[in-house]
Ligand binder design. Structure first.
Ligand code: PLP
Ligand code: TYF
Length: 398
C-alpha cells in the first residue's frame, strides 16, 4: 500500500535547519528557523525556568494524567496574561482555556473546532503568513483563502488593500490575525488600525481568530496584546491560540493554549465541552512538564518578575541587533535604505532580499535565510554582523 506514496516536500523552514547542520563551513550563519539565540548563538534555558524545574523536581507528587483541558492554574494564568489580571471577561466566566502541546496544537484544535463544531468552513490568512498555517487549517478540512497584508514597496502594512479584502469576507468565515510580531513580515497593525479592522469585523460579522506566538517580543507583554484585548472586549466571540515556546524559551516542551471567549458563561461552557471532545480524540490530555513550569512562574511574583526581566533582555537584544544590522549595512556600502528593519516587531525581518539573492547567500557565503527573504534577527551577533553585512552588500551589488 505504501509503495505508491511520493515524498512530501520538506517544511520550508525546518527543512533548512537540516541543510544548515550538514554545512561544514566554519563561518556559516543561521538566520532561518525562528528560535531566539543569545550573543553566543545559544538558545538558552531561562533562569526562571531552571528554578521552576528544580522546584518541580523536588515537589511534584505524581505523574498521573492531567485533565483534558490541562492544569487549571496554567489556564487561569494564561487568560490573565492575555486578557489582563482584572479582565471582566474572566470574572464573568466567559473565557475558557485548554493547555495544548504548543501553539501549533492550539491552532489545530481551533481548526478542528471550527470545522467540526461550527458553521465556519473557510478561513482567511494574511498574505504572507507562517507557512504552517495553511497546512494546519487545510488538514482540518477548512478552505483556506488569503487577504492582502503586505506592501513590499513601502515595507509596510498594505492597509487599504487589507481593509478592502476584509470588507468582502462573508459572514461566518474565520479570519486569522497574528496578535503581534507578524511572522514573517514583522509588521503589525497600529492600535488605530486594529480599531478599524474591528469595525469591519463587527459590521461584516466574520469571526476573528488570533495566533499569539510572540507575546513580549514586540513592545512588551502588555503592548503586544493591544489588538487581542480590543477585540476580546468588543466582540461576543473570539478564539486565541497562544504559545509559550518563544517567550519562555520552552520550544521542545510543547506548551501553548487555546482560549475561547463566548457571549456568556453558559455558551462558553457548552462550546468548551466541544473543544474537549476534540482534544480527547486527538492527544487526550496535554503533557504536564512545560505547563507546570509556566504555571509555577506566572503564579509566583518573584519568579514572574525574573522571567519578565529575562524576556526584556531577549527583546532588547533583538532590537539592538536590528539597529546594528542597519548601521553595518550602511558602513559596508549599501546604497539601499534598510531603515525600515528597525521599525519591525519581533524576531523576524522581511528583508526584501529576492529568492535568488537568498540562494546566493546560502550557496556562496554559508548564510541561511528563508527563501521568502525572512531573516531571524535573533541569529545575529556582534561577532557575525560584519561578515553578514559584507556578504549581503556583495550579493546586492551582483
Ligand atoms: N504561530 C506562529 C506565527 C509561529 O511563528 C509559530 C512558531 O514559530 C507557531 C505558531 C507555533 O509555535 P509552537 O512551537 O508553540 O507550536
Ligand atoms: O517560523 C519559524 O521559523 C518557526 C519554525 O511546526 C517552526 O515557526 C516551523 C514549524 C513548526 C514549528 C516551528
Amino acid at each position: 500500500m505504501f509503495e505508491s506514496l511520493v515524498k512530501a516536500p520538506a517544511d520550508p523552514i525546518l527543512g533548512l535547519a537540516d541543510i544548515y547542520k550538514a554545512d561544514e563551513r566554519v563561518h556559516k550563519i543561521n538566520l532561518s528557523v525562528g528560535v531566539y539565540k543569545d550573543e553566543n548563538t545559544v538558545t538558552p534555558i531561562l533562569n526562571s525556568v531552571k528554578k521552576a524545574e528544580s522546584y518541580l523536581l523536588e515537589n511534584e507528587q505524581s505523574k498521573s494524567y492531567l485533565p483534558i483541558e490541562g492544569l487549571a492554574t496554567f489556564n487561569l494564568a494564561t487568560q490573565q496574561l492575555i486578557l489582563g489580571n482584572d479582565s471582566p471577561l474572566i470574572q464573568d466566566n466567559r473565557v475558557k482555556t485548554a493547555q495544548a502541546p504548543g501553539g501549533t496544537a492550539a491552532l489545530r484544535i481551533m481548526a478542528d473546532f471550527l470545522f467540526n463544531k461550527t458553521k465556519t468552513k473557510r478561513i482567511w490568512l494574511s498574505q504572507p503568513t507562517w507557512p504552517n498555517h495553511r497546512g494546519v487549517f487545510h488538514s482540518a478540512g477548512l478552505e483556506v483563502k488569503e487577504y492582502r497584508y503586505y506592501d513590499p514597496q513601502n515595507h509596510n502594512i498594505a492597509f487599504d488593500a487589507l481593509l478592502s479584502d476584509l470588507e468582502n469576507i462573508p459572514e461566518g468565515d474565520a479570519v486569522l490575525f497574528h496578535g503581534c510580531c507578524h511572522n514573517p513580515t514583522g509588521i503589525d497593525p497600529t492600535a488605530e488600525q486594529w480599531q478599524q479592522i474591528l469595525a469591519v469585523a463587527t459590521k461584516k460579522r466574520w469571526l476573528p481568530v488570533f495566533d499569539l506566538a510572540y507575546q513580549g517580543f514586540g513592545g512588551g507583554l502588555e503592548e503586544d496584546v493591544v489588538g487581542v484585548r480590543l477585540f476580546a472586549n468588543a466582540l461576543p466571540e473570539l478564539l486565541i491560540a497562544s504559545s509559550y515556546s518563544k517567550n519562555f524559551g520552552l520550544y521542545n516542551e510543547r506548551v501553548g493554549a487555546l482560549t475561547l471567549i463566548a457571549e456568556n458563561a453558559d455558551i462558553a461552557d457548552k462550546a468548551f465541552s466541544q473543544v474537549k471532545t476534540i482534544i480527547r480524540t486527538n492527544y487526550s490530555n496535554p503533557p504536564s512538564h512545560g505547563g507546570n513550569i509556566v504555571a509555577h512562574i506566572l503564579n509566583n511574583p518573584e519568579l514572574k518578575e525574573e522571567w519578565i526581566a529575562e524576556l526584556t533582555v531577549m527583546r532588547q537584544r533583538i532590537h539592538r541587533m536590528r539597529q546594528l544590522f542597519v548601521k553595518t549595512l550602511q558602513e559596508k556600502g549599501t546604497n539601499q535604505d534598510f531603515s525600515f528593519i528597525v521599525k519591525q516587531n519581533g524576531m523576524f525581518s522581511f528583508s526584501g532580499l529576492t529568492e535568488e539573492q537568498v540562494l546566493t547567500l546560502r550557496n556562496d557565503y554559508g548564510i541561511y535565510i528563508v527563501n521568502s527573504g525572512r531573516i531571524n534577527v535573533a541569529g545575529m551577533t556582534l561577532d557575525n554582523m560584519s561578515l553578514l553585512c559584507e556578504s549581503i552588500v556583495k550579493v546586492l551589488a551582483l
